[in-house]
Design a binder for this molecule. Structure first.
Ligand code: 13P
Ligand code: SF4
Length: 394
């Protein structure tokens, strides 16, 4: 089936030809087409020199029913203080260091900062975990972050406050389907986003995060390489538009960032006309297009410090506001709206899986030494190659 959004009207012959090509290339999982004009995003013109049909993946975005709802427990101040003290003590006793993402609970971010751990984006979390001398890493984030730490440091023990903290991009890229996609496109360099499973990373030539994805694809395109990209279609579109690289895209999405809406954002921008707009590139193209700065979580924090605006509208997970307020005190941060016409807010700008990182869960992990990340060594060794390539990229 060809995606009806892109079906031409009154072009019977082209449609027929397209179907022939699609049938040739179709594998069980793939439907649709992909534009040829790689450098300029979608081409609605159906011009023959710009468009050709290609088997494309089905939509791997998660259904609302597949996304959990997680409401963190409310803790009185005295209990939070007690929990933090116990966690600090156990970190020392276990020779453990806390590596946290900007989206997790503010108390956990503070604990990481106060105990010599780190609060960072996914790239720096990987680097920090690999380079730190502690024998044990406690990763507060989502599962792919814990797995990345373990892949890079197989000799260390890696624990997480919960192993239920998934990521919609990771879930939306099943390794078997992804392998079929790679096998059908052997001429392409496989570049995967860090938000993927170990098995998917093991199939890749490169792993990238949003901090370095653009630069790495630019570098590969400069060598004439054609890219197979997975899983985030929005980040893929953004990189393709910026670099002009020939990129074949998987069709996954982040349930948090996909909820940011162009119309609602322009409405709020009218209320705060002088506000800078900071956007994570997992957001839809229309939202990215009106950003003053597009970047990874750490690049968003840096932009808030650098740009002259007093007020910012921020289109990424609201967990980042904790660090934003600390690193740019005196500035005002407003959450970009997540509901537009016809939209349903599933995430309200907070990743349900990141929200599972709670103080009590963290303490229990340290007390019981459970929720350990274990990876089959052979597949871990294979996944380490594209990860190390990213970390060594200048
Ligand atoms: P960063 O690499 O920018 O921290 O992003 C990770 C992530 O999961 C964003 O949703
Ligand atoms: Fe994954 Fe989106 Fe959550 Fe980031 S915010 S961990 S991309 S689901």
């Amino acid at each position: 089936m060809i995606d009806s959004r892109y079906r031409p009207t009154g072009c019977g012959e082209r449609l027929r030809q397209a179907q022939v090509v699609v049938v040739r290339r179709l594998t069980a999982a793939w439907v649709g087409y992909e534009e040829r004009d790689a450098g300029h995003g979608r081409d609605d013109g159906w011009l023959e020199d710009k468009v050709y049909y290609r088997a494309m993946l089905r939509d791997y975005s998660l259904q609302p029913t597949e996304v959990p709802v997680h409401a963190p427990a409310f803790l009185p101040d005295a209990r939070r203080t007690e929990l933090k003290a116990d966690i600090k003590r156990l970190l020392v006793e276990r020779d453990a260091v806390l590596v946290a993402h900007y989206y997790v609970d503010g108390d956990i971010q503070d604990l990481a900062d106060e105990t010599g751990g780190c609060v960072a984006d996914s790239l720096e979390m990987a680097r920090f975990g690999r380079d730190h001398p502690a024998s044990t890493l406690i990763v507060a984030g989502v599962r792919f972050m814990g797995e990345t730490a373990k892949i890079l440091s197989p000799e260390k023990r890696v624990f997480m406050p919960t192993l239920k903290a998934e990521c919609s991009l990771d879930l939306g890229c099943p390794p078997e389907d992804f392998k079929a996609f790679c096998d059908a496109n052997p001429d392409r360099t496989v570049v995967v986003y860090a938000n993927t499973s170990v098995a998917v990373k093991a199939l890749a030539d490169w792993v990238v995060t949003s901090s370095v994805g653009l630069k790495i694809v630019e570098h590969l395109a400069g060598k004439g390489e054609k890219i197979l990209w997975a899983p985030d279609k929005h980040l893929g579109h953004y990189i393709r538009a910026k670099t002009g690289a020939d990129m074949l895209l998987w069709s996954g999405a982040c349930v948090v960032h996909e909820e940011f809406k162009f119309k609602a954002l322009t409405d709020i921008k009218r209320v705060y006309p002088d506000a800078g707009v900071l956007v994570h590139p997992e957001s839809p193209a229309a939202v990215i297009d009106i950003a003053d700065r597009v970047g990874s979580t750490s690049q968003i924090i840096q932009a808030a410090q650098e740009l002259p605006n007093d007020t910012f509208i921020v289109a990424t997970d609201r967990g980042i506001f904790h660090k934003l307020r600390k690193s740019a005190p005196g500035k005002r941060f407003i959450e970009a709206p997540t509901a537009g016409d016809g939209a349903m807010c599933r995430s309200c700008a907070h990743c349900p899986w990141m929200a599972m990182n709670e103080l009590e869960a963290l303490l229990a992990t340290l007390e019981n030494t459970d929720n350990e990340i274990l990876i089959e060594p052979q597949i871990g060794a294979r996944a380490m190659v594209p990860l190390q390539r990213m970390l060594a990229f200048p």
